[in-house]
Design a protein around this ligand. Structure first.
Ligand SMILES: Cc1cc2nc3c(=O)[nH]c(=O)nc-3n(C[C@H](O)[C@H](O)[C@H](O)COP(=O)(O)OP(=O)(O)OC[C@H]3O[C@@H](n4cnc5c(N)ncnc54)[C@H](O)[C@@H]3O)c2cc1C
Length: 368
């Protein structure tokens, strides 16, 4: 790792995207990963590329990033197992349909193409949904990728520009340097911490805590659902700052399989699948698509999201440590927002003006 400008800690989708963006700017990058590139939350996630609008900063970041994904995926979508399936936000009742209307207004005002769906229009698109739903909102530009593959593609691109990778665990971060588990020290002008839910193990002052999620995948049932389906109630589940919750979230994989999510749990770093939580999640999903109960589930797993108190990632310089940059805390949106994160981080490091304002994501907002 001699002659390195930047050491990136972690080769999930965020670290890989940072390595890509930094090497593209001509910086000499070394990536340190303790495990397999893309094997952390990145492998556990659903890969939904989704514009989220809980607040203006989330909308700006996710919309920017989805446009970067479209550029990246470009002409070779199959490399990323990309599908431009769009998202349907499903409204169970009139109250949720009102929420869909508000969402439609917010997204349209931001230039995102979307379409309110009457019940008839909803069932024409997704016949497996249970009867009696109030309608929905179709966001056409959303899509999905297979995240570990995309992480590998980004990392390989960085390596073709000269970036190096090292398999090792970082045990401490110093000013302009890291200490590895074997005691060796490595220095660089910039250190980028992209260690996902393990970021606070290295820097306990970070306001990042793990939020566990369960996912299940079925056998191949091509066409069972055609869009990423998310209940509008998902937002309540995603926002909860404590307690366990589940939300209906189905994803049609390009393989014909169906990914079933999602759950949220705090106060645990035990990654074992919990049958009670899985059962709750699957039961809830079948209340939206009853025929799901007849499908064969092949595999279940969990992952740890890195949650911050305000739901926005930490992107920018550590306010108190020299040479240290943070790219973590992406919670349930890190696949989507990885590419914009990398651009904002690299832009700040190089003193460039950034496409969207960086203030909402700066770590100093938490006075760490
Ligand atoms: C169930 C679930 C569903 C999700 N669905 C979606 C979705 O549909 N769309 C979306 O946008 N996002 C989704 N997410 C969120 C997304 O997966 C994460 O936000 C994203 O993967 C975070 O990427 P990362 O690179 O920050 O972290 P990770 O992928 O966890 O990568 C961090 C890497 O750092 C390495 N590391 C950690 N500590 C050290 C150390 N000390 N030394 C060396 N290496 C270290 C780890 O081994 C790991 O590889 C989901 C997450 C979960 C759990």
């Amino acid at each position: 790792m001699n002659n390195t400008d930047v050491i990136v800690v972690g080769a999930g989708i965020v670290g890989a995207a940072c390595a890509d963006a930094l090497s593209e700017r001509g910086l000499r990058v070394a990536v340190i990963e303790q495990d397999i590139a893309g094997g952390g939350a990145t492998a556990a996630g659903m890969g939904h590329l989704v514009v989220m609008d809980d607040n203006a900063a989330e909308l700006a970041l996710s919309a920017y990033s989805v446009s970067l994904w479209n550029d990246l995926v470009g002409e070779r979508p199959q490399r990323h197992e990309y599908s431009g399936c769009g998202t349907i936000w499903v409204a169970a009742d009139e109250e949720e349909m009102d929420a869909a209307r508000v969402k439609a207004q917010t997204l349209s005002a931001y230039g995102i193409t979307c379409e309110l769906l009457s019940p008839a229009a909803l069932y024409a698109r997704e016949p497996q949904l249970r009867a009696g739903l109030a309608g929905g909102l179709l966001v056409k530009g959303d899509g999905l990728v297979y995240p570990p593959k995309s992480a590998r593609i980004l990392l390989d691109r960085a390596m073709r520009r000269g970036a190096t990778t090292k398999r090792a665990a970082v045990s401490a971060i110093e000013d302009h340097g890291v200490v590895l588990a074997d005691g060796t020290r490595h220095q660089a002008q910039h250190i980028v911490l992209a260690a996902g839910s393990r970021s606070s193990a290295l820097l306990p002052e970070l306001p990042v805590q793990p939020k566990k999620g369960h996912i299940a995948i079925t056998d191949r049932y091509p066409g069972f659902v055609r869009h990423q389906l998310v209940e509008l109630g998902y937002i309540k589940s995603a926002h909860a700052a404590s307690g366990d919750s589940v939300a209906f979230n189905l994803q049609p994989r390009p393989t014909g399989q169906v990914l079933i999510g999602s759950s949220r749990q705090f106060d645990t770093i035990d990654t074992a699948v919990e049958p009670a939580m899985l059962q709750r999640m699957l039961r809830h999903a079948t209340t939206f698509t009853p025929a799901l109960a007849q499908l064969n589930v092949l595999r279940c797993w969990t992952g740890l999201r890195a949650a911050t108190p305000d739901g926005l990632p930490l992107i920018g310089p550590h306010p108190a440590r020299r040479g240290l940059w943070l790219a973590t805390g992406h919670e349930g949106l890190g696949i989507t927002t990885s590419l914009a994160t990398a651009q904002l981080l690299a832009g700040q490091m190089q003193g460039e003006s950034t496409r969207i304002p960086i203030n909402p994501y700066l770590p100093r907002r938490f006075h760490v």
